[in-house]
Design a protein around this ligand. Structure first.
Ligand code: C2O
Ligand code: CU
Length: 487
C-alpha cells in the first residue's frame, strides 16, 4: 500500500512523531555552532589533482579512518588517501582509469564513478562488488573516446553503507576534460558535503527517523572547509565545478551580485551557457558555473529547499536555514576581457527518436511487512516503512528491469508520497522529456512529492547489470534501488 502525505501525517501522530522528536535533539543541537556561526575565514584549498598521462591514470585509493582539523575541532572522519575530499581525478575521453581500492575501514565498501558512461561489468563500474575490511580490489574503467566532458565524482556504493560512508567523508571529484580548453581565468573544484560531529569528534550516528527523512549534517563544508574564502580580480572569469556530495541535502545555490552562468549540469556542456540567479543541485548532481566577478564582496549561499516531509505537524525533511558556503571578495586591478565562450556542440535529442519500450517506476514509501499490530513496536526498531520501487525493496539477486542494448526507452518515474526522490541511473544518462529548446540531460532527476518525471534513455555502448536508485542515500540503503540489465 502506498502512503499519501495525509496518511504519513497520521502515522506521525501515532508514533513516528516521537522518533522524529528524539532525533531532533541531535539535529538541531547548537553545541557545535550553527552553520552561520562565525567565519572560519581560511583560504579555499582544493583537493590534490591526479592526471592521466599517455591515456592512463593509475592510482591507489586508501579508504581509512583519519583525524583532521575541521573548523576549531578535531574530527575523526573516513577519507580517501587522508584528505577530505579525496584527490580530484582528471581524465580525457578515451582514457583508462585504474584504481586499486584498499579498504582499511571496519566494514565493506566499494567504488562507484558517478555519472561516467562506462561498463558496469566485472571490475568496471560494478556496484555489486564488495571489498571487505583489509582487502583490496583493482578497478579498470575505460572511457569511450566520445565521452562527454564535465564534472563527475566517485564515492562508495556498498548497499546498506552508502549514506554512512559518504557522511563519514568518502567522496572525490572526477573531471573529464574539454577537447579544447575554454577561455576562463581559472578552474576550481568545489565539493560540497555535510556532516554532524558528536561530542567526541566522531561522525554522529543517525536515528531511524533521520534515515527515513534523509539525513542532513549540521555543517556544510566546501572542500572539507567551513566557509572558506577566495579573492578574485574584477572581470575575471572562473569555472567552478561544484559537486553535491551530501547524502540527502538539496542545494539551492545563489551568488548574489556576480554574473553566474551554467556551462554544464551533470553531463556534458550546454549549447549556450545559461544566465541564472539560483542553481538547484540535487544530491549527487554537479554543475559547472561560469562566475564573472563584479566589484564588491559576496557569499555563496545554499538556500533552504522544501523537499517535502512527513510525520507530525508536517515536519520537513530538509533544514530551514540559509547556509553560508564561501566568501568571495573582488579586489585589485580589473583583468583583461576574455573572449566569449564558444557554443557547445549540438546535443542528441531523444524526443525525436523512436521509443522501443515504455515503463513506469514508482518510488514509494510503503508499510513494512509487519502487520497492523506490529507497527508500534516496529517504530522503535526503525522498520516502520519500506522504501521501495514498484513495491519492492532492493534485492541484488532479482532482476527488475531488462533493456535491449542499443534501444531508446521512455520511463515515467512516479512518486505518490510526501517527499521528493532524486533518482539516479548508473552508466546511461537520462534526457528529461520537457519543452526546452535544447535537450535537458541529467544523471539525477528529481521526482517531486505527489508528482512524476518522464525521461528517455538510450541504452548505448554497454551491456551488463547495474542499478538505479534514489540519491537520498539513506533511501537507497533502506532499499529504494532496483537492478537493470542491458542485453
Ligand atoms: Cu552517486 Cu548510485 O550513485
Ligand atoms: Cu528518496
Amino acid at each position: 500500500m502506498s502512503l499519501t502525505r495525509r496518511q504519513l501525517v497520521g502515522l506521525g501522530a501515532v508514533g513516528a512523531g516521537a522518533t522524529v522528536a528524539g532525533g531532533a535533539g541531535l539535529w538541531w543541537s547548537g553545541a557545535l555552532g550553527g552553520p552561520r556561526g562565525g567565519r572560519s575565514g581560511s583560504d579555499l584549498v582544493e583537493p590534490a589533482t591526479l592526471r592521466s598521462s599517455s591515456g592512463v591514470l593509475d592510482l591507489e585509493l586508501d579508504a581509512a579512518p583519519t583525524q583532521l582539523r575541521l573548523g576549531d575541532r578535531t574530527a575523526t572522519v573516513w577519507t580517501y588517501n587522508g584528505s577530505l575530499p579525496g584527490p580530484t581525478l582528471r581524465l580525457r575521453p578515451g582514457d583508462t582509469l585504474r584504481v586499486r581500492l584498499r579498504n582499511e575501514l571496519p566494514e565493506p565498501t566499494n567504488l562507484h564513478v558517478h555519472g561516467l558512461h562506462v561498463s558496469p561489468r566485472d571490475n568496471g563500474d560494478n556496484p555489486f562488488v564488495s571489498v571487505g575490511p583489509g582487502e583490496t580490489f583493482d578497478y579498470v574503467i575505460t572511457l569511450p573516446a566520445d565521452h562527454p566532458p564535465g564534472t563527475y565524482w566517485y564515492h562508495p556504493h556498498h548497499h546498506g553503507h552508502v549514506a554512512d560512508q559518504l557522511a563519514a567523508g568518502l567522496y572525490g571529484a572526477i573531471v573529464v576534460e574539454e577537447p579544447d580548453p575554454l577561455p576562463v581565468t581559472r578552474e576550481r573544484v568545489l565539493v560540497v558535503s555535510d556532516l554532524t560531529l558528536d561530542d567526541t569528534g566522531h561522525v554522529a550516528q543517525v536515528s531511524p527517523a533521520e534515515q527515513m527523512m534523509g539525513r542532513e549534517g549540521e555543517w556544510v563544508l566546501v572542500n572539507g572547509q567551513r566557509r572558506p574564502r577566495l579573492a578574485v580580480r574584477p572581470g575575471e572569469r572562473e569555472r567552478w565545478r561544484i559537486v553535491n556530495a551530501c547524502p540527502s541535502r538539496f542545494l539551492r545555490l545563489r551568488l548574489a551580485g556576480q554574473d553566474t552562468r551554467v556551462l554544464g549540469h551533470d553531463v556534458g556542456r550546454l549549447v549556450e551557457p545559461e544566465q541564472v540567479d539560483v542553481v538547484d543541485l540535487l544530491p549527487g548532481s554537479r554543475v559547472d558555473l561560469l562566475v564573472e566577478s563584479n566589484e564588491g564582496s559576496t557569499t555563496l549561499v545554499a538556500e533552504p529547499v522544501d523537499r517535502g516531509g512527513m510525520g507530525m505537524m508536517g515536519q520537513r525533511s530538509g533544514r530551514e536555514e540559509v547556509v553560508d558556503l564561501l566568501d568571495l571578495t573582488t579586489t585589485g586591478r580589473p583583468a583583461p576581457t576574455l573572449p566569449p565562450i564558444p557554443a557547445g556542440p549540438a546535443r542528441r535529442d531523444l524526443r525525436q527518436e523512436p521509443v522501443v519500450a515504455r515503463r513506469t517506476l514508482d518510488f514509494a514509501m510503503v508499510m513494512g511487512g509487519m502487520g497492523a499490530g506490529g507497527m508500534g513496536s516496529g517504530m522503535g526498531s526503525g522498520a516502520m516503512m519500506d522504501v521501495t520501487i514498484n513495491g519492492a525493496v532492493f534485492d541484488p539477486d532479482r532482476l527488475d528491469t531488462q533493456v535491449a542494448h542499443g534501444t531508446v526507452e521512455e520511463w515515467t518515474l512516479t512518486n505518490p508520497g510526501p517527499m521528493d526522490h532524486p533518482v539516479h541511473l548508473h552508466v546511461w544518462p537520462m534526457q528529461v522529456v520537457d519543452d526546452a529548446e535544447h535537450p535537458t540531460w541529467r544523471d539525477v532527476v528529481n521526482v517531486p512529492a505527489g508528482g512524476r518525471t518522464t525521461v528517455r534513455v538510450a541504452f548505448d555502448d554497454f551491456d551488463g547489470r547495474t542499478v538505479y536508485h534514489c540519491h537520498i542515500l539513506d533511501h537507497e540503503d533502506l532499499g529504494m534501488m532496483g537492478t537493470i540489465e542491458a542485453v
